[in-house]
Design a binder for this molecule. Structure first.
Ligand code: NAP
Length: 266
């Protein structure tokens, strides 16, 4: 434990499992006071207990739906009430409702739902944290983007939302500086229930496709999130850190046929 978050507070949105959970645990293990949110009350309370047991920190679970404006507002208010103030916001909630629907079949209603959670709610949470004094002591926001923002992974709606999120990241970094830094991380596949819904190929094939030999773990992504959230990154804002096992460094290939629509590529 290096204590990078001693006397610091954090709200992690989407922390009952996966990457958000690992980030909340890592911040708590380094001395931070943490509030976590997600929709399902039971799994959120369980996550808070697990993080407390691992870190010795008090962790406040605040159930809430990130697509609902009223619940976002009450979540931030309750977090500030319980933590005293807010220094760090990690936004890890996302949906991929449109799945790998081909572009010609994309339903605008579903696209809007993904956009609402993956982009608009990230903006709204940041605004609320800012309004509730995050800027006062120097704040840090970390958004969960994806390699899908940069490369075609045949999840068109999801990719659009993550590209938009990175654009939002730069816009907020510009306009909230120097009070609040805003950065994002872009993981490739990370072993969570979220990626499980996208993968058709056997795990060994997916692992073998990475220069580093395996898909990521939530802890490997949490390490980048906690760095960006901490004072060690005090001169870094508006950027995206790839945490992708080398995937984005791979050569563009000409030795495999172009996949047809519907072919399993993950
Ligand atoms: N896993 C990957 O391969 C991967 C790769 C690149 C980027 N990412 C990004 O990393 C982030 C975290 O992904 P993950 O794999 O850790 O996902 P996950 O394991 O499915 O966890 C998602 C978390 O968000 C919460 N959540 C979902 N919908 C919500 C809503 N409407 N309101 C509030 N909370 C909500 C979930 O709890 P409830 O269901 O109880 O609400 C859960 O705690 C996402 O932004 C994702 O796009 C993931």
């Amino acid at each position: 434990m290096t204590g990078r978050f001693e006397d610091r507070t954090a709200l992690v949105v989407g922390a009952s499992r996966g990457i958000g959970f690992a980030a909340a645990r890592s911040i708590a293990e380094e001395g931070g006071a943490v509030a976590i949110t997600g929709r399902d009350e039971h799994s959120l309370s369980e996550a808070a207990r697990n993080i407390s047991a691992a870190s010795g920190a008090t962790v406040t679970p605040i159930p809430g739906h990130a697509r609902r404006a009223e619940q976002r507002r009450s979540t931030v208010e309750r977090a500030v009430e319980s933590l005293g103030r807010l220094d760090v916001l990690v936004y890890a909630a996302a949906s991929n409702i449109s799945k790998n629907t081909s572009v010609l079949e994309l339903d605008p209603e579903l696209l809007h739902k993904d956009f609402d959670l993956n982009v608009v709610a990230a903006l709204e949470y940041t605004k609320l944290a800012y309004e509730r004094g995050m800027a006062d002591g120097g704040g840090s926001v970390v958004l969960l983007s994806s390699l899908a923002a940069h490369t075609n992974v045949r999840l068109p709606a999801y990719s659009m939302t993550k590209s938009a999120l990175e654009s939002l990241c730069r816009g907020m970094a510009d306009q909230l500086a120097p009070d609040v830094r805003v950065n994002s991380v872009a993981p490739a596949f990370v072993e969570t229930s979220f990626s499980g819904t996208i993968q058709d190929l056997p795990k060994e094939r997916i692992n073998a496709s990475y220069p580093m030999g395996h898909e990521g773990t939530p802890e490997e992504v949490a390490a980048a999130i906690t760095f960006l959230a901490s004072d060690e990154a005090r001169w870094i804002t508006g950027t995206t850190v790839f945490v992708d096992g080398g995937k984005s460094a791979q050569p563009a290939r000409h030795d495999t046929p172009h996949p047809r629509i519907g072919d399993p590529i993950h």
